[in-house]
Design a protein around this ligand. Structure first.
Ligand code: SF4
Length: 703
């Protein structure tokens, strides 16, 4: 029997976790969340997954930061003391806000004055609001004088965005995931929506039940394959072989849309030439999928009246991630499967606001709305608005910033809401970089693994405590409202950015979040017709909107593409090997990712009692057949080792993981997957190869 709840208040807001952007109704009693329900938002229609429904108690976890902290003079910066997160007092002392903010700003100012802006960098957060992202990149550009500002988009869909910008002139999705409702054929590739975008997965399952053809392509099996007509468990790292074989089939069998190509596409002849050598018969052995199956899925996609492609980080997190995405764009362009209801290209965005944070300019190459920092006319507009000369060169990306610290080029950082000590590849290298900084300011809600390296820690606001806008994977700009008061002395993130800005000499004055939004929107044509007042009234508007009260544009590219020529551009891709392939010493392939119950580096969900009860301990996952072959025992600890380091985790057996592979989730601090991963980058998106490196697994011997 359901227990009756008599809440003190009920607040309509948003889920803090994934890019689906579910609207929630939060019930609060005695300043604690006691229940979360789904609302009838456009992305979730009352649905929620286990994280959104039960993962709320992290907000009131006893480890919440409630006072500013300053590092003790004699405390080591290498993070060695972080073994006891409940007792940080040997490393930090409490400070007043005045002292902490002065100390934080002084270290940044000293570096600006002594070494120039290029010696500083900032990581913003895809978990924060659009307004926080806008202010943060403005602080780095206007205040520090550099474009060294990035965030976790670099680790998820940077290669997809590079390919989309090049191919169709826009890095956002062309259609919402709910377009599955109208699709006749859906490809889901390199994504595990039932774990990572669970509410979106319900739309894909419903469409399959209605009769749409679902094609799931993933080196790991997954439960969405049970709903699919085709489940292609291809060999990891061979996406280009498989996709070019499909393109080869479509061209060879004249299944392409000649009229659409003539009117809307350039680069088709070069593609034809490139895929000549990629026949399904030749590629079957490369990708591990039979030629007949490759031909069948190509025909289904090309000849269905309305086909749509969804993809995730299995596509993007490779040294050839941009090439993988180029193949998907080529598939859509040669078949005209874009620009109509039920068709399109949809990279499923990970974090709740990774789309918005990218749109707001938290990227080293571009100002808000993806306007190049190297374009003198664009720069002049921002120089006028911000009253200073701006850095004309692209900034460094996430992994490049860590390398630059090791090289002595960067010595001060401001990190807001990101946890690179857990999320960056080659963790030991990343943590050594953080420890090398002369000055590190971390703003967060917990003493994260990154915060242990900080000189100053600023206690900030959780999602449930803030007002702000968040843009989901569907390009829906939604309003989040505060349900809880801030704990202790914690402050709003946007206010802290303003405090730092003022202390380094900027004349910033914002009365509230609405004023920040209004300034941001004035610099971003994509937000035309979406005023703060409209968001307060309507809560959710899809961008781009064409009038002050009409609905936003759900389907892009109905009339050409926002490229210079107005046409979509095909860039043919070659099959390139992963950076590091298995050998006798490291005979298996490591892939990393998320679990349904845990979100990213686990800072929030591992502090949620319900979610931690379901997935409490670090695991490495292998196929039972491979476990026997390697003479290992499931249910017992193993060491997982790559050229960069080693972790210990419990070995779990799962038939979904292919022979020859090991899967390690990256949320467990006691067995950090990123101690193992390869930092080698895709040359275009600068994204690391999280989805492939050589690895060895050994049974842990009893002492
Ligand atoms: Fe939250 Fe994503 Fe789950 Fe929706 S699907 S409840 S946004 S985690």
């Amino acid at each position: 029997r359901k227990r009756a709840i008599y809440p003190d208040k009920v607040v309509d807001t948003l889920c803090p976790f994934c890019g689906v952007g579910c609207q929630t109704r939060v019930y609060v009693k005695d300043d604690e969340i006691v229940q979360v329900d789904g609302r009838n938002g456009p992305a979730n229609e009352n649905r929620l997954c286990v994280k959104g429904r039960f993962g709320f108690d992290y907000v009131r976890h006893p480890q919440r930061l409630t006072k500013p902290l300053i590092r003790r003079d004699d405390a080591p910066k290498d993070g060695a003391m972080m073994l006891n997160p409940a007792n940080p007092w040997e490393v930090f002392r409490e400070a007043s806000w005045e002292e902490a903010l002065d100390h934080a700003a002084l270290g940044l100012s000293k570096t600006i004055n002594s070494r120039g802006g290029s010696a500083l960098a900032g990581f913003g957060s895809a978990k924060g609001s659009n307004e926080e992202a806008y202010l943060f990149q403005k602080l780095v550009r206007q205040g520090f004088g550099t474009n060294n500002v990035d965030h976790c988009t670099r680790l998820c869909h940077a290669s997809s965005v590079a390919a989309l910008m090049e191919g169709v002139g826009s890095g956002a999705v062309s259609a919402p995931f709910n377009a599955a409702d109208e699709a006749d054929c859906m490809i889901v590739i390199g994504a595990r929506p039932a774990q990572n975008h669970p509410v979106a997965a319900t739309y894909f399952k419903q469409a399959a039940k209605r009769g749409a053809t679902l094609i799931v392509m993933d080196p790991r099996g997954q439960n969405l394959m049970r709903h699919a007509k085709y489940g292609l468990q291809f060999k990891p790292g061979t996406d280009v072989a498989m996709l070019n074989a499909m393109i080869h089939t479509i061209i060879e069998e004249n299944l392409y849309d000649e009229q659409y190509i003539q009117a809307n596409v350039e680069g088709f002849e070069a593609l034809k030439e490139k895929v000549k050598d990629f026949s399904p018969e030749a590629m079957a052995a490369v990708c591990g999928i039979e030629a007949d199956t490759l031909r069948s899925v190509a025909r289904e996609y090309a000849t269905s009246p309305r086909s749509i492609i969804f993809w995730g980080m299995g596509v993007s997190q490779h040294v050839h991630g941009t090439d993988n995405a180029r193949c998907l764009i080529a598939l859509a362009l040669i078949t005209g499967q874009v620009g109509r209801p039920g068709t399109g290209l949809h990279p499923l965005r990970g974090q709740n606001n990774v789309q918005g944070a990218s749109d707001a300019g938290l990227i080293p190459m571009v100002f808000p709305d993806y306007k190049s920092v190297e374009d003198a006319d664009i720069r002049a507009k921002y120089e006028d608005a911000w009253g200073r000369t701006l850095d004309p060169a692209r900034g460094l990306t996430v992994v490049e910033i860590m390398d630059a610290i090791h090289e002595g080029k960067i010595s001060a950082m401001y990190i807001m809401g990101e946890n690179p000590a857990m999320s960056d590849p080659d963790q030991i290298h990343a943590r050594e970089a953080l420890a090398k900084l002369d000055h590190l300011v971390v703003q967060d809600i917990f003493l994260t693994e990154t915060a242990w390296h900080a000189d100053v820690v600023l206690p900030a606001s959780a999602h449930a405590e803030k007002t702000g806008t968040f843009t989901n994977t569907n390009r829906q700009v939604q309003l989040g409202r505060p349900a809880l008061d801030l704990p202790g002395e914690a402050r709003q993130d946007w206010e802290l950015i303003v405090e730092i800005a003022r202390r380094i000499g900027l004349d910033w004055n914002y009365a509230d979040v609405g004023e920040v939004y209004t300034e941001m929107a004035s610099m971003m044509p994509s937000l035309d017709h979406i005023s703060w007042e409209r968001l307060l009234r309507e809560e959710c508007v899809t961008y781009p909107a064409t009038s002050d009260d009409g609905p936003g544009t759900e389907i892009l590219f109905a009339r050409g593409f926002p490229t210079k020529s107005g046409k979509g551009k095909i860039v043919p891709a070659d099959l390139l090997p992963p950076d590091e392939v298995p050998d006798d010493t490291y005979p298996l392939v490591l892939t990393t990712g998320r679990l349904l119950e845990h979100w990213h580096t686990g800072a929030m969900t591992r502090r949620s009692a319900m979610l931690s009860a379901i997935e409490p301990e670090a695991i490495a996952v292998m196929n039972p057949h491979e476990i026997r072959k390697q003479d290992l025992r499931a249910g017992e600890p193993v060491t997982v080792t790559t050229r960069r380091g080693s972790i210990t985790a419990l070995l779990r057996e799962d038939r979904e993981v292919a022979d020859g592979m090991v899967f390690v989730p990256f949320c467990f601090v006691e067995a950090p997957a990123n101690r193992l991963t390869n930092p080698q980058l895709d040359p275009f998106g600068k994204i690391p190869e999280f989805k492939f490196c050589a690895v060895r697994v050994d049974q842990l011997k009893a002492e």
